[in-house]
Ligand binder design. Sequence first.
Ligand code: ASP
Length: 591
Amino acid sequence: MYRSHNCGELRMSNEGQVVQLSGWVQKSRDLGGMTFVDLRDRYGITQLVFNMDDNEELCEKARKLGREFVVHAEGKVSERSNKNPNRPTGNIEIIVSKLEVLNAAKTPPFTIEEETDGGDDLRMKYRYLDIRRDAVKNNIIFRSKLALETRKYLDSQDFVEVETPFLIKSTPEGARDFVVPSRLNPGQFYALPQSPQTFKQILMVGGMDKYFQIVKCFRDEDLRADRQPEFTQIDCEMSFVTIDDILNTFEGLTKHLFKHTLDVDLPDFPRMDYDEALKRFGSDKPDLRFGMEFQELNDLAQNKGFSVFDSSELVVGICAEGIADSYSNKDMKKLTEWMQRPQIGAKGLVYVKFLQDGSIKSTVGKFFDDDTLRTWGEKFGAKPGDVLFILSGEAEKTRKQLNELRLEMGRRLGLMKDGDFKPLWVIDFPLLEWDEESERFHAMHHPFTSPKKEDVDRMLNGDHETMKSLKADAYDLVINGAEIGGGSIRIHDRELQSKNFDLLGFSKEEAEEQFGFLMGAFEYGAPPHGGIAFGFDRLCAVMNGQSSIRDFIAFPKNNQGRDMMIDAPSPVDQTQLDDLNLKLGEIETAE
Ligand code: ASP
């Protein structure tokens, strides 16, 4: 027998019992006459004790245990004299009578503790050691619980979990596809799905009514810190639904998940138009844990002799509370430089300080008298001690820049509190996005998204400019400034779908070649339908107040898209290539 109990479960009520434990050596301390060993498994840590006076041989054996040795111990549960209140098993220890080394271990390349000294790549290379750390282990357990609760809730709402294929034809959702050569069809390739979008729509045509799947999706994108080439979605689709039906169902799912994993009761989610979100926060995923809303100052700040403002499409600012007296000129200079970095690209940063003593200090004090500056302050509800930060320029760009500043000030002022969750639905996205560079429209969500009912006519008959103003039945779920989910009501009509492909620059033949199956299906009684997909990894991270999804993925890839543990991707044998009828030309490798 390896174990009668796990390393997290023994308490004073077990005192006197002879138990069997197995696990890993977290730490051992040799105090001369006594040796203490912390034995760890998934469930916790239990202290083992070896006493020189009782059993010298056993004690010698215990002294030789190294970190991460796998051992089995038998012994008696006894009350500890030196209790550890920070550990659930901290009141007891095991007086060991038998010790067996099940497997020795090399010294691990980083410490297996809450705070580790291992760098990212090292931790990924030895992921099995990293998974032994509480921080990673608990995330993976949380993820499992979240998936289970997702299934429970969706099952309770009559959703059916359906698996869709991984070897498919590409779905254009904005990213590059990973492709897989087909041996049986020389010269042809499958694509790995960026999402099961077309399949779930086909399932609706198939009358499945409510579908979900917790599913891997693959996108060959340049990897930013918080992206993974393969990631997981809670993917869903429903028939005969309006936007309200979908938002209510998935607000229900989100509330259920928070309640049953974190014991957090979320209030009803506010809904905000895309246009309004941009105007008030400069972002389509505003972090609502704090205010600091934008105020537009065109009417109060233009035509008063300051040419920079006068020539700007938009003059807009935020009010940061309580820093007027503590932010020095140097601090302001640094902040301005931070805004001028190429990543943000602001030309400058105007500020107005309302100091505690009632005086006003501003970078534009030469151009505006105090009374005028006070009217600005009133617009923001600024109090003594507050600072207005003002940007001006082209509207869209300026809002984006101010959004960065708002988030930065939110961080600096500690306004993004852990454990505070502020969900919202952003709705009424534009249908199409005009790309100046390529001179073509892109789908803001994806090509299957329906325009709002009232815009269908304008879409079918309008001119080029009209297309820029079409609104979609599309929505995003945002929590604490992170996009958690997105979806839309779909087009279910062949003619409208074809018009959309046309607008997106597909020729008739291309559309037919790539999506003939879907448009064909629309001719056989497609119900009105819509859906949503949640980013499952992101949801895990946000619920735990963490910014990186990596630690919620058991085996993540690094920023170069490499799996450091198995060392993938890697070259393949010539025979494998021959089988696939692939000939490699000159290849430029990363080195
Ligand atoms: N397939 C979409 C995505 O991956 C989600 C949806 O529209 O349901 O973003």
